[in-house]
Structures are given as structure tokens and as C-alpha cells.
Ligand binder design. Sequence first.
Ligand SMILES: [Zn+2]
Length: 195
Amino acid sequence: MTIWSCTKKDGFVSDNVGGNQIANGCEGAAYPNWETSKHVLPYPVGQSYSIGLSHCSGTPHIEGLPDQFAIDINMNVGTLVTASRKGTIMFVEESGLDYELPNNIVVLRDEDGYFLQYHHLTNNGSIVEQGQFVEKGDPIGYSGASGEAGYPHLHFVASRGGFEAPYMSYPITFSNTSANPFSLIQGQTYEALPY
Ligand SMILES: [Zn+2]
């Protein structure tokens, strides 16, 4: 398996140098209506974070790779992340150190069979245990830079059929923030609103 690290993307200025366009979702992908989405942002109400790489916006988040529909949320090490939807914790790895392997991951399986994956959590950064049931918004863990993170961020991706690489990712949208018809867009900041 090839592992790519997610490169830091701070916003529009540097990305537009050289004529690169900010990706606006993956072309041709079927995006669920964000206003009726059952998913909420994977961080607490009242918090705002900016987006690094998102859908189809740069290696390894590109078409045909497992992380095509992954989203990098820029967060300092130790930032609380929460359940995007209610479901069951399927997998926890938290033995990694920041900037070292293994990659710390928590996987939450939601009611529609999406595996919601929280990558790069900090060392001992999981609050949940395998088999635990969580409600939407419940604490999941603390973000970090473990694995091939490259810089501190939450790599959030929804897969179906399984969660072990190479998984197949799917686009999800979020109901508790500003309009996101093509999910979250690179360089934008999204506040988690009450739901
Ligand atoms: Zn990423």
C-alpha cells in the first residue's frame, strides 16, 4: 500500500499561483443535499475550522484514490473532535506518536453503513472504545499529527463496504453549517452551528 501525506493548504493565494483552481467538489459526483444531511461537522457546536485539502483537491485526495472524498480540517494538536452521526465505534488505534507511524484512527459506523474515519489523532487521543455506541455530537477524541499527517489536522473520510485501505470513499455533506452543496471547500472556514 502506498501512503501519501496530506500537504498543507492554507488558502486561496498560494493555491492560485500558477493558475491552479480551487476544487469545488469532485466533478460528476452525486452529493447528498446538505440541508437534509444526517451528518454534522465532526467538531463541537460553536467551533470554526478551516479546510485544507478536500474532495478532489490534490494528492492524495484525487479521483481514483481511496481519499478522493477525504477532508482535511486544520486543527491544532489536542483539538476535540466529535461524532458526525450516531453509530458504533468499529476500530480504535491510538498508540502512534505525532509525526510518527502508526496513524491513529477512530472509525465510527453510522446507521447507513458509512464508516466515518478520524485520522491522525494524537497519542492516546481516543475517548471512545471499540464496540461503544455514540450519539451524534459525542466526543470521539483529540486531533493530532500522527501517521503521515505532514502537519496537524483531522483527516476525515467516509467509506462504505469497509474501512481498511484501500477503502472506497464517498461524498458526504453537513447540515449544521453554511451552504455546502459540494461538501466543504478548500480554504473556507466552517462554523459548527446548533442542530
Ligand atoms: Zn488528508
